[in-house]
Design a protein around this ligand. Structure first.
Ligand code: XMP
Length: 327
């Protein structure tokens, strides 16, 4: 019988055996996998672990706080946050092509993480001459199978791991989730007392809101999209629909404007797209038939509360032919 307590006990023992008294580093993305992997390692070796969280400015509302406060309170991990918001905005200035955005975000992410890593290694060495030797990765069983089952070295789809890592690793990897499926990882996270907002989180792409703005990414547009996304998520959760939806990208069509009428005058604003999908594995998906009253509430709130948005539209395309994300 599969039981989270046994898996936790086994993993803690094998992490201790692997790591000994060595120092360990882990990048947190805000997602489930890295959060659970880090919590297991922390349970095994306590403050030998240091976690790094990069705020690239493309996060959703409240995500940074959830990591810095809720997660840290629940686990007691030592966390270093790197505020790289300006750096990412500068790197993305003028860029509209989706793949170029992804490349830039991935590149800046690795640079930022490597810099933080180098600082922490120097700090660790200065402390007691002992550098950081281990790196935690939240690799799941399906990732292992998909990438050919290689072990011990980083073998990761760059696409799915902006939260993941540089290739020229001098680290030994610690991968406590290698034998687990996603629902098992969630069960372990709950057993470890991690915040439900993190453990129950729906998939969110590494490049974040950067690939949900069709057009150039700017601070103002991010602000606006973040507000619209928060409203949609709040209403979907309040309606009890989180389990019916695989994820619901909220997209800002920043290069499109349409005429509207609001209050005492004409507006010329941007549309927001809702893209709720149902899926088993994101390879194929169908658009979720959301109740009209929920759609109406989301639409009313977004158009009333998010300045600059005067229209909300619903994406009714399955995958294929549409991808889940718009970029
Ligand atoms: P698409 O848009 O290809 O998305 O149907 C399939 C799933 O992958 C997620 N996604 C990404 N995740 N980096 C990621 O980490 C990316 O660049 C990326 N692009 C798409 C998407 O949210 C969906 O769950």
């Amino acid at each position: 019988d599969w039981n989270p307590d046994n898996v936790i006990a086994d993993q803690v023992a094998s992490i201790q055996a692997q790591v000994g008294s060595g120092k360990v580093i882990c990048g947190l993305s805000g997602g489930v996998d890295s959060a659970v992997a880090a919590a297991l390692v922390h349970k095994a070796v306590g403050d030998q672990l240091v976690c790094v969280f990069v705020d690239h400015g493309l996060l959703r509302q409240d995500e940074r706080r959830q990591v810095e406060e809720d997660y840290v309170t629940a686990t007691g991990v030592r966390l270093v946050t790197v505020d790289a918001r300006e750096q990412f905005l500068t790197a993305l200035a003028g860029v509209t092509d989706p793949e170029t955005k992804r490349k830039i975000i991935g590149r800046e992410f690795i640079r930022t993480f490597e810099k933080a890593q180098a600082d922490l290694i120097a700090e660790a060495k200065a402390e007691d001459g002992d550098p950081i030797k281990f790196l935690v990765q939240g690799t799941l069983y399906p990732d292992v199978v998909e990438s050919g089952g290689g072990s011990g070295t980083a073998n990761i789809k760059s696409h799915h791991n902006v939260g993941g890592l540089p290739e020229d690793l001098n680290f030994e990897l610690v991968e406590p989730l290698r034998t687990l499926f996603k629902d098992e990882v969630r069960a372990i996270g709950r057993e470890l007392g991690l915040p439900e907002v993190i453990v129950g989180r729906q998939p969110f792409p590494g490049p974040g809101l950067g690939i949900r703005i069709v057009g150039e990414v700017t601070a103002e547009r991010l602000e606006l999209l973040r507000a619209a996304d928060a409203i949609a998520r709040e209403e979907l959760t309040a309606a009890g629909l989180d389990n019916e939806i695989w994820q619901c990208p909220v997209v800002l069509l920043a290069d499109v404007r349409s005429v509207g009428v609001q209050g005492d005058g004409r507006t010329y604003g941007h549309p927001i797209v809702l893209r709720p999908v149902s899926s088993e594995d994101a390879m194929t998906a169908d658009w979720t038939r959301l109740p009209y009253d929920v759609l109406a509430r989301i639409s009313n709130r977004i158009t009333n509360q998010v300045p600059g948005v005067n229209r909300v539209v619903l994406d009714v395309t399955s995958k294929p032919p549409g991808t889940i994300e718009w970029e």
